[in-house]
Design a protein around this ligand. Structure first.
Ligand SMILES: Nc1ncnc2c1ncn2[C@@H]1O[C@H](COP(=O)(O)OP(=O)(O)OP(=O)(O)O)[C@@H](O)[C@H]1O
Ligand SMILES: [Mg+2]
Length: 242
């Protein structure tokens, strides 16, 4: 199957004055369409750095990155903004919603930037809010929503542009276990619907829902495990073998 993500010898060195911090030291892997992957590893191992590169929020110091076959490592900032808008849905640990906008307006925003017409925008934003179970909260501002609900708005915003890949950095990190589980079930449903998803997480429970776990240590890929043929239901129960 075609790889949605492919990185080759990917490196990122942060330079602060005379000090160089090699955060990623030559990563090679590919993620096929439809896979749900967890990225794990100790603090400082390079997980967020990797996700920011995959999300075109940052550029590698060396190496190549192909997103849906397109070489994006050397694009200009404007081109990267376009790639982000059209191809990537990013879910943040702290939601990153705009406080002055309603849930609906937050979800609609990527389509405004993407110059999608008004009627189509409204239809798709409503559809995305319904998909995360928040149709009845469309006029609420982030402050008027719980953390779990804010994160669901964040997920609606990530999927509204029908991206090639959904990237999430510790999406349950700020949530209690009940809201965290709701969010996890949403990712599970998106995966069942065919989405390609990469989740950075410290949480073994989140990773348990993924088909594959990539482990980083000191900026290097140290393990890459395809999950054993587990068949979890949306609630995390073992399903009956087919
Ligand atoms: N903007 C930056 N400038 C300089 N160094 C940075 C920057 N961001 C990260 N680093 C360094 O790069 C390395 C990897 O950091 P990164 O944030 O990717 O780790 P992480 O695996 O996401 O950790 P955590 O689990 O704590 O979120 C660390 O040594 C960190 O100090
Ligand atoms: Mg991090």
């Amino acid at each position: 199957m075609a790889a949605v993500i492919r990185v080759e010898a990917l490196e990122r060195v942060y330079r602060i004055g005379p000090v160089s911090v090699p955060a990623l030291r030559g990563l090679d892997f590919a993620v096929p369409a439809g896979q749900m992957v967890a990225i794990m590893g100790p603090s400082g191992s390079g997980k967020s750095t990797l996700l920011n590169l995959l999300g075109c929020l940052d550029r590698p110091t060396a190496g190549r990155y192909f997103l849906a076959g397109d070489d994006v490592a050397h694009k200009s900032s404007d081109e990267l903004a376009e790639v982000r808008n059209r191809r990537i849905g990013f879910v943040f640990q702290n939601y990153n919603l705009l406080p002055q906008l309603t849930a609906f307006e937050n979800v609609e925003l990527p389509l405004v930037y993407g110059r999608v017409g008004r009627a189509e925008r409204h239809r798709r934003a409503d559809e995305a809010l319904a998909a995360v179970g928040l149709a009845d909260r469309r006029r609420h501002h982030p402050m008027e929503l719980s953390g779990g609900q804010q994160q669901r708005v964040g997920i609606a915003r990530a999927i509204v542009g029908r991206p090639d890949v959904i990237l999430a950095d510790e999406p349950t990190g700020n949530l209690d276990s009940v809201s965290g589980n709701d969010v996890l079930q949403l990712f599970h449903a998106l995966h069942e619907g065919g989405s390609t998803i990469v989740i950075v997480t410290h949480d073994e429970e989140v990773a348990r829902h993924c088909q594959r776990i990539i482990r980083l240590h000191d900026g290097q890929l140290v393990r890459d495990d395809e999950a054993p043929a587990r068949n979890l239901t949306a609630t995390g129960e073992e399903a009956e073998p087919c």
